[in-house]
Design a protein around this ligand. Structure first.
Ligand SMILES: [Zn+2]
Length: 143
């Protein structure tokens, strides 16, 4: 998937009717943020800012949006984090995983969870590879 790597935050009173790609519009007054889908499909992504939805953190002029943005309802189904103005792309998820994530409270989808999951699955894959190697060795020994 190709897409943008950065978003520029722009603090506004009103979210403009026409959004520029690559800009994250943030209206503190109306507690909402909006941007065009970072994959380039240019669909409008609206992220309400409240404890049950998303929150914006700002540090040294760089903004992070949590939890991740999952555009499951778009044809692109893009999924990414906005972290310090940077867009971190999540790997494409299987439909059943998307359903599980949707069913869960969005607040559970904290930044560190998918990273850990990726690390664990890599280890599991390695272990699988090692055990099948062992099995084939055992088999050849028995023959
Ligand atoms: Zn998209």
């Amino acid at each position: 998937m190709t897409g943008a790597s950065h978003l520029r935050p722009e603090f506004v009173e009103f979210i403009p009717g026409r959004l520029e790609p690559g800009v994250l519009y943030i209206s503190r007054r109306y507690a909402t943020a909006s941007h065009l889908c970072c994959c380039g499909c240019e669909r409008e992504v609206v992220t309400p800012l409240n404890p049950a939805k998303w929150r914006i953190t700002e540090r040294a002029g760089k903004v992070s949006l949590a939890p991740s943005v999952g555009n499951w309802s778009f044809p692109c189904r893009s999924h990414y984090w906005i972290n310090g103005n940077r867009i971190q792309w999540a790997t494409a998820m299987a439909p059943e995983v998307i359903q599980a994530v949707q069913a869960r409270d969005r607040r559970d989808a904290e930044l560190c969870v998918p990273k850990q999951r990726g690390w664990i699955s890599r280890v599991v894959d390695k272990m699988r590879g090692a055990s099948s190697l062992l099995l084939s060795k055992l088999k050849s020994w028995w023959r």
